[in-house]
Design a protein around this ligand. Structure first.
Ligand code: DGJ
Length: 765
């Protein structure tokens, strides 16, 4: 709901539980009056906070002291010295300084963002948009700030659009999607950081004075950072405390920053990373920022994640996948690497089918002369020596066994040793005539295609449309195995060279949008050396992402826990792999490997044929277990219970979440109760993991959440083969399980785990 009050100077953006109130100070400058729990609409109050030594803006900006205001979209040059939301220069090189409020518009739904993905906050879903216009007449810059309110999902989506309304070109040097000035309080910054193989580790630290930033300059959102930032009041936990958070629907260079240089405000902003960025805006041209999704929670980090999860699952992933069951898959990578032959892959698929796997994916190595990572990217035709029946033959064979068929591709890359490179050596990102040549920029022996070019985009659309149509694919893994460097396109004119990074992403989005729309039934999984591009932008085209190249179960506790801050488990690819693990050489019990992987989008990448029979039976049980409870895991509500970052244990659970449109298996209880109940889908699943065993007992109760306090639950332990057997290990009220907790009984030894199924008793209210 958007309410306009006080002579159109006050805008109240209300979601179910939050209020975001904008006041146009002195009728010229949009300011943030309030962002927090839902309140009634106040009256306009006008500016305050005059201080000596502060600069007064020009008369057109009401001679206000801008630094004393909570600005909605700051610029520099009129007395606000904090990090601006936008900076641009006019044709004469002078900074654009004076965007003045000109008017507003309210409409239902949300406009499409030019060439960019965004959440489906449509009129049908009850969303409304406020547009505020600011204009700098002298420079000829129009800024349109967009705020879309989704009451049910409790989120506000923001983006900005710049338009050159003058007669001279403008040069845009910094362009944030959203900027909010919050009253300063003792808060922690919460971000996700890491590196290849340890992506999205939770990073939390007290915010000090100065500038705090998390960012990527790598051309992708990256393994190192994630386009997400939260400010959490210092005692905030999972289920209590106030959090202001935002994530970007964007996959390229980003900046998420807090300017805490003033005592009164914390300015939190997110947008395209200004490092290396400039955009040439000719008269009449416009530029749209990526979308930022803003969330306020007074129910701690869980309240924040719940809102992000729902928006991503219902509003960002392609509609047809929002509520679709995802198959249990087998991927050939860690089972066979480049050692692919038709016989090898098919016999592996046979074993997988026999265990209950539903989709077989042929990873890298199937095309061109690809026997290692040093050739053939660009040559997207099968190697018939390895695969005499071709990709179509494989698909046919696999389909006949009742499995879906999937293929790995890495479309954005080109190997110097490829036919494509012979044909188009200039199609990669490079600086022509550079003394080091393009070879200096090799990463994993490959170059990056220049996706700023329309001819390159068209070629990808053509090549992959033919491949995907021909092979009758059910699934595609879209990989991307290096960062962009140099981020330079020889095809752009000199004044546009600073546009390359953002144009690359726009080019990629164009290709992905075409392929997504042409192949609506193909399930796409994105990947960038694991989780190097795990963001809401990619999820708009591909509903799941390979979470990390690190498949070690213990490492995955941290990675999946951190990732869940923003992204729901159904978006995370998680596979059981061999022991010892190929990345870390760690030996973990097969049951723990299965329990970690089944906490997300379940799959395998190991040679299932070589398993000892006991392990094979455990995995057979795990697959059946996952399939039985998959609706709960993929569509239910995920709750973090204990953080691996804070102790020697990790725990999480899934409950039905009818409110989110997800599974609510408890709604239809089985009247026979008892053992038979344990055969159907549970009402809640609880996973508990120990990292290292110690002398002191570590089996303190795990406090559950999200249960009905009035109901009585039977708690079954999933036995060694993932079968819940009667009798229940406990029968307890939801209130007791949430306050006193559930006492886990973990097997002895390092890396042990236990999985519990909770069934609500039919005879409880
Ligand atoms: C990196 C991916 O993350 C792996 O899963 C695998 O697909 C390899 N690339 C193949 O080259």
């Amino acid at each position: 709901m958007i309410e306009v009050r006080s002579d159109e100077r006050l805008f109240h953006l209300a979601t179910e539980h939050t209020s975001y109130i904008i006041e146009i100070a002195s009728g010229v400058v949009p300011t943030l009056r309030y962002w927090g729990p839902r309140i009634g609409t106040p009256e306009a109050a006008g500016p305050h906070g005059e201080m000596p030594y502060r600069v007064h803006a020009s008369a057109s900006l009401g001679a206000l002291q801008l630094e004393g205001l909570a600005l909605e979209y700051g610029t520099q040059g009129e007395g606000d010295f904090r990090r601006p939301a936008v900076s641009a220069r006019d044709g004469a090189g002078y900074p654009v300084t004076t965007p003045v409020y000109r008017g507003y518009r309210v409409h239902s739904g949300k406009p499409e963002l030019d060439g960019l993905p965004s959440a489906r906050l449509t009129a049908e879903t009850g969303a409304d948009t406020l547009e505020l216009e600011l204009i700098d007449e002298a420079a000829g810059l129009l800024i349109v700030l967009n705020y879309t309110v989704h009451a049910d999902w409790d989120v506000i989506a923001r983006h900005a659009r710049l338009e050159n309304t003058g007669t001279e070109p403008l040069s845009v040097e910094r362009f944030m999607s959203a900027s909010v000035d919050l009253p300063a309080r003792p808060v922690d910054t919460v971000t996700l950081s890491g590196s290849w193989g340890s992506e999205r580790h939770l990073a939390r630290s007290p915010l000090g004075p100065g500038i705090f930033a998390t960012e990527s300059t790598r051309g992708t959102s990256s393994h190192v950072a994630n386009p997400f930032i939260a400010l959490a009041v210092q005692d905030t936990g999972e289920d209590r405390g106030e959090v202001h958070a935002a994530t970007l629907v964007y996959s390229g260079n980003f900046l998420a920053e807090v300017d805490a240089s003033l005592e009164e405000f914390h300015r939190m902003s997110l947008g395209i990373n200004p490092s290396g960025f400039s955009w040439h805006l000719e008269p009449g041209e416009s530029l749209t920022s990526p979308e930022a999704i803003l969330v306020y929670s007074r129910e701690g980090l869980d309240g924040m994640s719940r809102r992000f999860h729902r928006t991503i699952q219902e509003g960002i992933v392609p509609k047809q996948w929002a509520r679709a069951e995802r198959p249990v898959l087998l991927n050939s990578w860690e089972a066979q690497y480049f050692d692919i032959t038709e016989g090898n892959f098919l016999s592996l698929s046979d074993t997988a089918a026999e265990l209950g796997v539903e989709l077989a994916v042929l990873d890298d190595g199937w095309f061109g002369e690809r026997d290692g990572d040093d050739s053939s990217l660009g040559d997207w035709y099968e190697n018939t020596e390895k695969l005499p029946s071709g990709v179509d033959g494989l698909a046919e064979y696999v389909h006949a066994r009742g499995l879906g068929f999937g293929l790995w591709v890495e479309p954005e890359m080109i190997s110097p040793a490829s036919k494509l490179y012979e044909e188009h050596p200039d199609w990669c990102l490079h600086i022509p005539g550079h003394p080091h040549g393009t070879a200096a920029t090799l990463g994993r022996n490959q170059l990056v295609l220049d996706l700023t070019r329309e001819d390159v985009q068209d070629r990808l659309i053509g090549t992959f449309s033919r491949l995907f149509a021909r092979a009758g694919l059910d699934y595609v893994k879209w990989d991307m195995n290096r960062y962009l460097a140099p981020i330079a396109s020889a095809a752009l004119p000199p004044e546009r060279r600073g546009e390359a990074a953002h144009r690359y992403v726009l080019g990629l989005y164009r290709v992905l949008a075409e392929l997504r729309d042409r192949f609506p039934t193909v399930l796409f999984e994105s990947c960038a050396g694991g989780g190097g591009r795990f963001d809401a932008g990619m999820l708009a085209y591909m509903p799941q992402t390979w979470t990390s190249d690190n498949t070690d179960a213990v490492s995955r506790l941290y990675i999946q826990y951190g990732t869940s801050m923003v992204y729901p488990p159904v978006t995370m690819g998680a596979h059981v792999s061999a022991a010892p693990n190929h990345q870390l050489d760690r030996n973990t019990p097969v049951a723990t490997r299965a329990a970690v992987a089944m906490s997300a989008n379940f799959g395998f990448e190991m040679d299932l044929r070589k398993l000892p029979s006991e392990e094979r039976e455990i995995l057979r049980g795990a697959i059946a277990f996952y399939r039985r409870h998959r609706q709960l895991i993929q569509q239910g509500r995920f709750l973090r219970l204990e953080s691996p970052f804070e102790g020697n244990r990790a725990a999480w659970m899934f409950t039905g979440d009818a409110a989110a449109g997800g599974a609510a298996p408890g709604d239809a209880p089985d009247p026979t109760a008892g053992l038979a109940r344990a055969e159907g889908s549970a009402d809640a699943l609880v996973f508990v993991f120990r990292v290292l065993i110690g002398m002191s007992p570590d089996e303190a109760p795990v406090r559950l959440r999200g249960l009905d306090p009035e109901a009585v639950y039977e708690v079954y332990v999933a036995g060694p083969r993932f079968a819940c057997e009667a009798p229940p290990v406990a029968t307890a009220g939801g209130d007791e399980l949430c306050t006193r907790g559930l006492e886990p009984a973990l097997p002895r030894g390092d890396y042990a785990s236990a999985v519990y199924c909770l069934y609500r008793r039919a005879d409880t209210p």
